[in-house]
Design a protein around this ligand. Structure first.
Ligand SMILES: Nc1ncnc2c1ncn2[C@@H]1O[C@H](COP(=O)(O)OP(=O)(O)O)[C@@H](O)[C@H]1O
Ligand SMILES: [Mg+2]
Length: 339
């Protein structure tokens, strides 16, 4: 169980109230190997940057639903704020890049994340100055900015250059490393800004699980941990030969889709006092809300689902795109299922 981590501990399901079990279902978090690798890298860059000539910055790319924001929340939770007599220490500052992303909205967002009660107040110059001061007094060691694609204007498909330049100045002046996370197409921001590009030379990708080339072993390990963390007296066999292909067919390897179908099924099973999840609960959960890419597909949790045969068809489908279509360009943020 070394790979899994969760707020939920095992073994006492029977003594939990239903409310507690529902809460546990929502709190399930699996620190799978890719998450650990990316978090390890963030940790190294935070440490190395303390003495570095230039901060070590990182770009983390991946399609919607692979767990980027969840990873950020986990990393932040492992580096909590501490309140001293005269100030608050914020080792890891996280913020979501606002829409529209301007120098002013960025400064406001970061000031707000640092706890400035007057985050909205002042000119751009005053806000930026306050931000530098606060970053220093809060001893911020790493800034993580989510939704990097917001640096591209959705209507015009243009990179917002002034805010990209502002970020570069922030990194250089504050000398604090920045981690950017976003959809794959946000890489275009770096392609159009040479100086920012140079600072974000290191990339990590978070991708959906695969079924080909041994990839389903990681998927099954993920399902095994998930099964362990579900608050039921019995295991549901999610990683087994029958369930795993069905869960892959339902989710196409995307954590968000696995968690959506499993969480909803678990809530219903808890209410029904069931000892674990069964195909029936999963079939109803799947039918209850269409997952991305699932339109018109047969329900993989029905007993009539022709198992491996139908699954192979799903697993060998050409790469599918689930990301937002960039208006007017025909470009999408692709999710590759097979190499
Ligand atoms: N490691 C994980 N363990 C359990 N659930 C996860 C994990 N990563 C993501 N999820 C779930 O998947 C959904 C989407 O995750 P999110 O972090 O928002 O993805 P992204 O930011 O890449 O779009 C959320 O419901 C989240 O709870
Ligand atoms: Mg996200």
């Amino acid at each position: 169980m070394a790979e899994a981590a969760s707020t939920a501990e095992l073994g006492s399901e029977e003594s939990l109230t239903k409310d507690e079990r529902h809460r546990r279902v929502e709190a399930i978090f699996i620190r799978h190997p890719r998450i650990r690798e990316v978090e390890d890298r963030m940790e190294k860059f935070r440490m190395w940057s303390k003495e570095a000539q230039e901060p070590y910055c990182l770009l983390v790319l991946g399609p919607s639903g692979v767990g980027k924001s969840t990873l950020i929340a986990d990393y932040r939770a492992r580096h909590p704020r501490t309140v001293t007599a005269d100030r608050t220490i914020v080792p890891v500052l996280t913020a979501t890049i606002p829409v529209p992303a301007t120098m002013k909205t960025m400064a406001t967002e970061l000031l707000g994340a640092l706890g400035d009660p007057a985050a909205e107040k002042g000119t751009l110059h005053q806000k930026t100055w306050r931000l530098f001061r606060l970053l220093k007094s809060c001893a911020v060691e790493l800034i993580i900015l989510d939704e990097f694609q917001h640096f591209i204007d959705r209507d015009s498909d243009k990179v917002l250059r002034s805010v990209a330049d502002w970020l570069k100045v922030l990194i250089d002046t504050a000398r604090i490393p920045v981690v950017l996370t976003g959809l794959h197409y946000s890489r275009a921001v770096l392609d159009s800004n040479e100086q920012l590009h140079r600072r974000f030379g290191t990339h990590e990708a978070l991708e959906p699980f695969r079924w080909d080339a041994g990839g389903h072993d990681s998927f099954r390990r993920f399902l095994g941990h998930l099964d362990q963390l579900l608050p039921f007296p019995e295991r549901s066999g999610l990683a087994g030969d029958d369930m795993a292909p069905r869960l892959f067919a339902a989710s196409q390897g995307l954590i968000a889709s696995v968690m959506k179908v499993v969480r909803k099924a678990a809530h219903v099973a808890i209410e029904a006092n069931a000892p674990c999840l069964s195909l029936d609960f999963l079939a109803r959960s799947y039918a209850d809300g269409i997952l991305p890419g699932g339109e018109g597909a047969p329900n993989p949790f029905t007993t009539s689902w022709s198992g491996q045969l139908a699954f192979e068809r799903v697993a060998t489908m050409p790469p599918r795109a689930v990301g937002p279509r960039l208006r007017g360009t025909g470009r999408t943020d692709p999710v590759t299922l097979t190499s």
